[in-house]
Design a protein around this ligand. Structure first.
Ligand SMILES: Nc1nc2c(ncn2[C@@H]2O[C@H](COP(=O)(O)OP(=O)(O)OP(=O)(O)O)[C@@H](O)[C@H]2O)c(=O)[nH]1
Length: 295
């Protein structure tokens, strides 16, 4: 079964529909050959389930109807003795009912599974990636970077004076601010970049295949947008950001996040509301630019 599922995972939907249709016909032929005494019910369930799971609910319904018709035809051509002509039709309808229940249960289960999988990698407040998803994405980027020798960058973003928002405007307003900031980060970065909330008012962005200059520009534009949004909403919040670019990955993701965090902290110590850039492993250079100091 495991081999079959692994095989299906790599196939196109068209192939799976064709495969399931052929499988249904083969089962019907075997059904005719073995006669009405031997039940084949469970075998019909296989192509229906595969189709519903890998292709979708409605192709599954189609396969369920086709299987009920095939089974009915197999019954009739095997010459099964029925005391009344309506009995094989009734049987076909009850089988169809069973197949449809199977399709709808599988489809409901699959939807629930997808929801849970999404929940496991998403920050519930801001809907960006959570820390776990970030670590997984960064591991993949490390592998890519080692293989193709491409640089990548990380930005560690910490909100300044966020506690004041909670204290002055309430926790709900703080939540709205975090959502707004996360939305801007998502909106201002590429679809391939990974925006994540590590917790509290700390965010990280993984800039996939992005060198120092491009990361510097992206973060500078993003910071401008974030500051403009805060100003517009009347929230006295700024951003301390540490941006690291790696030509080759450090030993692990934790080390990268720690280095970016430390870099961000240099901005906090120098008066907040700014951005520091550096080259990672070892952290070579940095230049801190605050809003209140000349760039
Ligand atoms: N509204 C809201 N607040 C949160 C959430 N998670 C953490 N916080 C609050 O965020 C604040 C983060 O603390 P700090 O980073 O020390 O606050 P800060 O005022 O930004 O301090 P600096 O970084 O030094 O500028 C704390 O007051 C937490 O209670 C959340 O999900 N929603």
């Amino acid at each position: 079964m495991k081999v079959l599922l692994a095989f299906m995972d790599r196939r196109s939907k068209a192939f799976i529909v064709l495969f399931c249709g052929t499988l249904g016909i083969v089962i019907a032929l075997v059904d005719v050959a073995t006669g009405p005494e031997i039940s084949s019910a469970i075998f019909y369930a296989l192509p229906i389930s595969l189709c519903a799971w890998y292709v979708g609910r409605w192709p599954g319904v189609f396969m369920a109807v086709a299987s009920a018709v095939l089974w009915y035809s197999a019954d009739i051509s095997a010459g099964a003795p029925y005391s009344h002509g309506a009995i094989p039709v009734w049987n076909a309808l009850t089988r169809l009912g069973f197949f449809l229940i199977l399709v709808f249960l599988l489809s409901a289960f699959q939807n629930r599974l997808k929801d849970e999988q999404k929940r496991a990698v998403t920050d519930p407040l801001t809907a960006v990636a959570n820390s776990r998803a970030f670590y997984e994405a960064a591991e993949q980027e490390f592998v890519r970077s080692r293989r193709y020798h491409h640089p990548f960058s990380i930005a560690f973003i910490d909100l300044d004076n966020f506690k004041h928002i909670n204290d002055a405007f309430g926790h709900a307003a703080g939540d709205v601010l975090l959502q707004r900031a996360a939305w801007i980060m998502r909106d201002q970065t590429r679809g391939t970049d990974v925006v994540a909330r590590l917790g509290g008012d700390e965010f990280v962005i993984l800039f996939i295949e992005t060198g120092a200059e491009a990361a510097r520009q992206a973060v500078s534009d993003l910071r401008e947008k974030l500051l403009a949004a805060m100003k517009e909403a009347g929230w006295p919040v700024t951003f301390s950001i540490g941006v690291l670019t790696y030509q080759s990955p450090p030993t692990d993701v934790r080390e990268m996040v720690n280095q970016a965090d430390q870099l961000m902290y240099t901005v906090k110590k120098s008066g907040k509301d700014g951005c520091a850039h550096a080259l990672g492993t070892p952290v070579e250079t940095h230049a801190v630019t605050n809003s209140h100091t000349p760039a």
